[in-house]
Every structure is written in C-alpha cells, then in structure tokens.
Ligand binder design. Structure first.
Ligand SMILES: [Zn+2]
Length: 344
C-alpha cells in the first residue's frame, strides 16, 4: 500500500516536471523569437480602406472621393535646370516624392448633390485608378443620386468616370457643366486634326465621354459668370487647358475652392509655382494663373480641394519663403459646426 502511494506520487511528480519542462520550452521559444512571433506568420494586407473623407463647410457637406494614386514622371515637369536637378536628387532620397492622387469631390448642399470631377473611370491609368464610383457608394450615395456634375476640364483623369467604354452614362440623372472654351476645344474635330499625335488620345476620349450626355441633352456649357448653383462662383483658371475652371462654394461665411489642375506635383510646385507640366496647353498662362491664385489663397481663409494633392486633397495654403506650404485638414470623426478658423 505504502509502495503504491510512493509510486503514484512519483508518477505525479514526473508528469508535473514534464509539464514544467514543456512550459519552460514555450517560454524559452517566446523569449528567443519575441512576443509577436505568431503575428509575423499572418500575411500582410496591402489594401487601404474604401476612400472617402468628409468635411463640413458651412452648411455644405463635402466628401472627397478617392479614385486612386499614380506616380508623376519627373520628365512631365518643366522647370529651370537647377530646380529639376534638385527634384532628381530628392527623388533618390524619397522615391515616393512624386506620388499624386486622383480625387473627385461630392457636395451635398441639402438641396442638390453635386459632383466636381469624376476621376478616371476606365480611361486612364489602369488598375490603380478608377475607384471613384466605389468610393461614392462607400460614402453612402449612388451615381443615380447625382444631380449636377461640374467639370474643371476635359482631361480623362477628371471626366473618365462619367462614361463607360460602352458609351453608357455612369451618372444617368446628372446635368454636366463645362466651360464653353473647354468644350469647343476638345470636341472640335478640326482642332483635333491639327493636334500632335500624342495629344490625339485626349481629344478622342473627351469626345467619347461627352457623347452620351450630349445625346441626352445633359451637356451644358457656360461662358461667363452665370449662376449654375446658388452660392457657387465660377473661377476661370486658364492655361492648363483653354477653359480650365475652378468652382468656389460659399456657405455661412466659409469658402471652399475646387481648383482642378492648378497643381499636379505638390512636392515641387508649392515651392516652385513657376514649374509647369507637359499637359499644360499654354504653360506661360498656366504659371501666371497659378502664381496669381496661390498668392490670393494664402491671404484668404479658403479651403482648397485639389484633385492631385495627396488624398483627401483638402487643405489651406500659407506663404513660406519664396513659395508656399500646404496645411492639410486634420482627420476628424465628427462633422461639427465651426466658424472660420482664426487667423494668427
Ligand atoms: Zn488632372
């Protein structure tokens, strides 16, 4: 009897010491590999969340809709040799320096749903772009609900989202508004015929994208300062394209300017507004327009919506040295009512 007890207790002791040894091994493994060793085996995910960002401007609800990101080729920039040498050197240190976004902006006035620029659709950039319609749905809206489309210009990264490659309108209930000078230029077969070969796809896409809206009687042009939407002013910004236009909305003393392609590569053009891009139809006019507008915006309290500024492309400008700095909006989870931001 006594022997049995001794044997049993020896067995228990043996079992316990084996458990202890196993626990010790696990502890040792964690010590050697680090506490997150198990996490390292989980695959990384490279997708971001569906892209939208909301901002209140007076009574307006503005939603930035992410279309995608692209990389701006340094050869698309035209500046002095010294400036461009600086860009190439900076690119070696930060290869993502010339990343640009493509963004469209939805304005819900409470009465109307207005989209300013519609992203690329299937007309530019392949897989990394063309997500605007998905972002719009993620933001709680549908393409059918859009009443008005304000187009800054007819390049495919701003109007590609309007029409499918089959010629279907993506926004079947929307009236499209574009400057007459812009519409006349890109939709003219005579001008297209005289344009250089590498500019031809821009003319072709503009015509194909506009066609179903023209057919439906939903393509409208403006040539002066006519009222399209209450509280919205047309801001002609010629140079990049002949009828390039900004749209400035005001509500309760607050303003937001949708400035189209006033700036492409913020990492270069904020400090060097004189740098132009190969897509500028009239580079001299584009630089003059940018210089004038940037200096005005740095003196005023206006939120800027820039489709190619880093997403969500909403911010304010400040004078810095011989150029400007960009103060992006800070993320906020609450769309509180706020007065104009204080000037210091
Ligand atoms: Zn653009």
């Amino acid at each position: 009897m006594k022997n049995k007890v001794v044997v049993r207790s020896r067995n228990v002791l043996k079992r316990n010491s084996m458990r202890f040894a196993a626990a010790l091994l696990v502890a040792l493994a964690i010590f050697v590999a680090g506490p997150n060793a198990a996490l390292a085996q989980v695959p990384q995910h490279h997708d971001q969340a569906p892209g939208f960002y909301r901002l209140k401007v007076g009574d307006l609800e503005v939603t930035a809709l992410y279309d995608g990101t692209g990389v701006f080729d340094p050869h698309w920039l035209n500046g002095t040799k010294a400036t461009m040498d600086g860009v190439v050197k900076a690119l070696h240190e930060d290869p993502r320096l010339l990343d640009v976004a493509v963004t469209g902006y939805l304005v819900n006035t409470g009465k109307q749903l207005i989209l300013v620029d519609a992203g690329t659709g299937t007309w530019w950039g392949g897989g990394a772009l063309g997500r605007l319609a998905g972002s719009l749905r993620s933001a709680g809206y549908t393409p059918e609900e859009v009443d008005i489309l304000l187009v800054t210009h007819l390049h495919p990264d701003h109007v590609g989202g309007l029409t499918t490659h089959d010629g279907e309108r993506v926004f079947p209930n929307a009236d499209v508004y574009v400057a007459k000078a812009e519409s006349d230029f890109w939709l003219s077969p005579e001008i297209a015929a005289k344009a250089p070969k590498d500019a031809q796809p821009f003319f072709q896409s503009a015509r194909a994208i506009a066609a179903p809206y023209i057919k439906a009687g939903k393509w409208h042009t403006f040539s002066g300062s006519e009222t399209i939407v209450d509280g919205m002013q047309l801001v002609p910004l010629p140079g990049h394209t002949p009828g390039h236009t900004g749209y400035e909305f005001s509500s309760k003393g607050q303003k937001i300017l949708f400035w189209g392609d006033t700036m492409h590569a913020q990492s270069v053009q904020l400090q060097h507004p004189e740098v132009t891009v190969v897509f500028d139809i009239d580079p001299t006019a584009a630089a003059a327009t940018r210089n004038q507008l940037l200096s005005k915006l740095a003196r005023e309290d206006v939120v800027i919506a820039g489709p190619h500024m880093l997403f969500p492309g909403l911010g304010r400008l400040h004078k810095e040295g011989s150029g400007y700095s960009w103060a992006p909006v800070a993320f906020t989870g609450q769309l509180d009512e706020r007065g104009p931001s204080p000037k210091y």
